[in-house]
Design a protein around this ligand. Sequence first.
Ligand code: ADP
Ligand code: ZN
Length: 216
Amino acid sequence: MRLILLGAPGAGKGTVAKLLTQFDGSIQISTGDILRGAVQAGTELGKKAEAFMKAGDLVPDELIMGIMENRLQEPDCAKGFLLDGFPRTIPQAEALKELLKKLDITLDVVANIEVPRQEILNRLTTRRTCVNTQCQAIYNVRSQPPKVEGVCDKCGSPIVQRDDETEEAISKRLDTYDAKTAPLIDFYRQEGLLLTVDSPSSEGVMNAIIAKIKKS
Ligand code: ADP
Ligand code: ZN
């Protein structure tokens, strides 16, 4: 399947993407994971992106499009892909549309995951992420804690609160989402690709997406 996952930070895009990769072997492409990996590795890209990310601001569109133009042409994308955290702005969506046309790729669906704002705030302040860039597993200290406190179940690395998950950066990210990313909902509705999903669980969201794809 080829799809875009839309939704506010904390809506569960990454979790749903991981569940969907198990369904048919499509790969997850998370611009957030790519950027965090670049920051940790200290690459040119990482140096350019770091300050924007720490502040809860978006990284400039040109940088993101450079990453995605290369990424979508890697051979593993032939199996299908789940875009998680991209596109994030109307210019990125317009550029993606052109890029997909050039690569002769069509999208199946754009799934917009709707979660109430209070629930988003609860989730983000209790979220913890594995520091290992190869892993980046996500936990929640209330609803999905690791077996051993502070340690990743999968790889044994420490799990921490992300720099951009302080209360100040979170409210900034939500404002940025409302201003820059929420307009994509109408953009994709007009493209005839939008599926709105409001299931409270990630499994429920996954099932709604699979049902839609099987029908189309
Ligand atoms: P979340 O969805 O939880 O906010 P992500 O892991 O998707 O977090 O992204 C973390 C940060 O990386 C964002 O706050 C932003 O600074 C940057 N980022 C990720 N994807 C994009 C994108 N498509 N465009 C611009 N910035 C991005
Ligand atoms: Zn881990």
